[in-house]
Design a protein around this ligand. Structure first.
Ligand code: SAM
Length: 252
């Protein structure tokens, strides 16, 4: 039986492929790094990208502006940096990259998701690895915001897997611990669905409930970001928001 939780990224990826992409494998990984994710797997992505290629065979590309034609792929993996830090010389920041603020990270994720939607075929699968994070003593549940932004853009979240790590890097100088140390990360499985299709599929009261929850998700995200930063405008594309609100009003 396939479970939603595991100590092994290999097991999670195999299970995701078994459930959602058995025959097609992985077309492309946009943040390949050194390919740690595929270390113990029998498969490799057909195309490998990263903004800062570290090993041969990786195409240099920014996930916000990909040199890939529309509707090219059926399965895409995206594992962006998750660290928030003003010091980009730390071990993790050097290894994986980092953002100065949480809002900067969400903006990057939003732009990347739009690009991924563009390069994915309709009904294509996105495997999005992410981790919750802390910025300025505030605990951010990144996976919730990723799901809300993705839904607003035109993805449907169809599954979620939790990877639990047995070890974490030791932090030398904690004066007073404020939040639980995170030993887990997420593999969120999204399917690309056009809003038109979304609407057609979910008619009647179920449709209203779906679009309501999409709209509420966006609004909540915008509100929470504007409370903390005062710049909700940039977090979620306003025309996307307008389209969803219009859809909601029309269906009322
Ligand atoms: C968390 S790591 C990925 C680790 C990888 N999945 C693995 O298993 O080894 C994040 C990667 O995103 C890359 N990256 C950072 N900014 C990027 C951008 N704008 N576009 C594409 N890749 C980016 C980094 O170079 C880094 O390799």
């Amino acid at each position: 039986m396939i479970k939603s939780i595991s100590y092994s990224t290999k097991e999670i990826l195999e299970n995701i492929l078994e459930l959602y992409a058995r025959e097609r494998g992985i077309d492309c990984d946009l943040t390949y790094c050194r390919g740690g994710m595929y270390k113990f797997l029998d498969i490799e992505p057909k195309f490998k990208f990263d903004k800062y290629p570290r090993v041969p065979g990786i195409i240099s590309a920014d996930s916000r502006q990909l040199p890939i034609a529309d509707n090219s792929f059926k399965t895409v993996v995206f594992d962006p940096p998750f660290l928030i830090s003003s010091n980009n010389n730390g071990i993790m920041a050097k290894k994986y990259g980092c953002f100065k603020t949480y809002i900067e990270m969400i903006e990057y994720i939003e732009l990347s998701l739009k690009e991924i939607k563009r390069i994915l075929k309709t009904y294509g699968i996105l495997i999005f690895k992410c981790q919750d994070t802390i910025d300025g003593r505030v605990n951010y549940f990144t996976h919730v915001d990723v799901i809300n932004v993705a839904r607003a853009i035109g993805f449907k979240n169809i599954d979620i897997f939790i990877y639990v790590s047995k070890n974490r890097l030791k932090i030398k100088s904690i004066i007073k611990q404020r939040h639980a140390r995170k030993f887990h990360s997420y593999f969120i499985v999204f399917r690309k669905v056009s809003i038109k299709h979304y609407r057609k599929k979910h008619t009647g009261s179920a449709g209203l409930a779906v679009s309501r929850s999409v709209s509420t998700g966006c609004e909540e995200l915008c509100n929470s970001l504007s409370v903390s930063t005062g710049s909700a405008e940039t977090a979620v594309n306003q025309s996307e928001m307008k389209a969803i609100k219009k859809l909601l009003l029309e269906e009322k």
